[in-house]
Write a protein that binds this ligand. Structure first.
Ligand code: EPZ
Length: 422
């Protein structure tokens, strides 16, 4: 298995172009199932999760052609078939459950393996399912699969008990072709939801309010295939800003949406980093005096949980105490043990982590436990003294396109090596 070998201590400098957003591309690829004909998606990142979702839609009869050099994905739908989405696919990627919305809308039927728990917590899909029930579907669980059936989905008013990106996306996709008006309350306001809504609107859907807490959908009979460009990845953008910050270098992210990384930029400014930005770029550079910071993860526009682990790596290098309050997922501190192996002093209690900063990190062999925990280890290794070897990098392959190439362009000493066995 491949691993990363990183010689830490280099200040990163320069510009890095941000790829298309994984978490917007996943539902948009699935939403292409809603129309017969050829959909063309641009700026699709070449990632493992994208290849998995392509396999998922292929189970339902989609024909695809992915030009990974140009990041263009063509999806042809002649007729979608009634098929089950197997456990093998859903267990590698939970976002596979996104097919339930479009399947219910088009076939009145969905048969998808129920995802189990995962590295970052229990992560149920009960809100997705209650939303479908509210639209008129009957839900059952058999042999580990969720079976949803509906003769005709009907407009409804549904209040989500908790803000959920996935449930907002899935229910919105089911409702676009339901009969009448659907009002969704307590919706996720993430830019990924907005990009999907814009895609659906281009296809002919009638959706108002995406990006706010209340989304109103007027069902239509038919949608048409369109061409769409996926928005930039705000989590990748944030990770490179943190790479600049942790090495005390000067990194500019380009092809980005500055507004999408505002919560991170506010935290970086509070720490003492200098942030400059233009229409589609943001630059971070080290200020004279840095201090610890308090970060609480929240739904958008709050501080994203997906940047919590990378942020914690930075905190270990700041003077004084920093605090993390993780409010989205109950088990998202799996990076802490590995950061400790690199010399970090971090205490955790429940969903709080107290980081005693100012310690010089030292290189160590470490292992990724999930995508963002992996990013946090890469950042720590960039700042640590010595040579770190990071294993299980299939986790970062899920969500960071050309990670080692992009970091090398910024001056990092990082190599992807073959072998290592675990
Ligand atoms: C999305 O996951 C992202 N995944 C995650 O990114 C991200 O961490 C998360 O949103 C939060 O921003 C994709 O977009 C593919 P949620 P999702 O539903 O939709 C609870 C990454 O690293 N909940 O907003 O699964 C849930 O357990 C990934 O790129 C229920 O209780 O997250 C969590 O505590 C990891 N019942 C909270 O809501 C439900 O039915 C928010 O989860 C659904 C969710």
């Amino acid at each position: 298995m491949d691993y990363y070998k990183i010689i830490g201590g280099k200040k990163l400098k320069g510009e890095v172009e941000i790829s298309g957003a994984k978490n917007a591309a996943l539902p948009i690829i699935v939403a292409s199932l809603l129309a017969d004909g050829e959909t063309e998606l641009h700026n699709v990142p070449n990632l493992k999760d994208i290849l998995t979702i392509i396999k998922v839609i292929e189970c339902l009869g989609a024909e695809t052609e992915f030009n990974t050099e140009k990041n263009i994905l063509k999806i042809k739908i002649n007729k979608i078939k009634k098929a089950e989405i197997p456990y093998d696919l859903v267990k590698t990627m939970r976002a596979s459950v996104y097919v339930m919305g479009p399947m219910l809308a088009r076939l009145g039927f969905a048969d998808v393996s129920l995802p189990g728990g995962c590295a970052i917590g229990e992560r149920p899909i009960d809100i997705h399912l209650s939303g479908f029930e509210s639209l008129g579907a009957e839900i059952g669980v058999e042999r580990g699969y969720v079976i949803a059936k509906a003769k005709k989905l009907k407009g409804t008013r549904f209040i989500m008990r908790k803000v959920s990106v996935g449930a907002t996306i899935n229910i919105m996709m089911a409702a676009v072709m339901a009969e009448g008006e659907t009002i969704l309350e307590n919706c996720a306001m993430e830019p990924d939801v907005v990009d999907l809504a814009n895609f659906l609107i281009k296809m002919g859907a009638q959706i108002e309010g995406a990006g706010s807490e209340r989304i109103v959908i007027h069902g239509v009979k038919k949608l048409k295939p369109v061409t769409h460009t996926i928005m930039p990845d705000r989590i990748e953008a944030g990770t490179y800003l943190l790479a600049g910050a942790i090495t005390r270098g000067e990194v500019t992210i380009t092809h980005a949406v500055p507004e999408h990384v505002s919560a991170l930029c506010n935290a970086l400014s509070e720490i003492g980093f200098i942030i400059k930005q233009g229409n589609d770029w943001v630059r971070v550079s080290a200020g004279k005096k840095l201090r610890g910071v308090y970060v609480k993860t929240l739904p958008y526009p709050g501080f994203p949980t997906d940047l919590q682990a990378p942020m914690m790596a930075l905190m270990t290098t700041l003077p004084g105490i920093s605090v993390v309050n993780e409010t989205i997922f109950e088990n998202r501190f799996t990076h802490v043990g590995e950061l400790r192996r690199m010399g970090a002093h971090i205490e955790t209690e429940g969903n709080m982590a107290i980081v005693h900063g100012g310690k010089k990190l030292s290189a160590a062999p470490v292992m990724m436990s999930d995508l963002r925990a992996g990013a946090s280890l890469v950042l720590a290794a960039l700042a640590a003294k010595g040579i770190s070897e990071i294993r299980r990098i299939y986790h970062s392959d899920r969500g960071y396109e050309k990670l080692s190439e992009k970091l090398s362009m910024l001056g990092a000493d990082i190599k992807r090596e073959k072998g290592g066995g675990y």
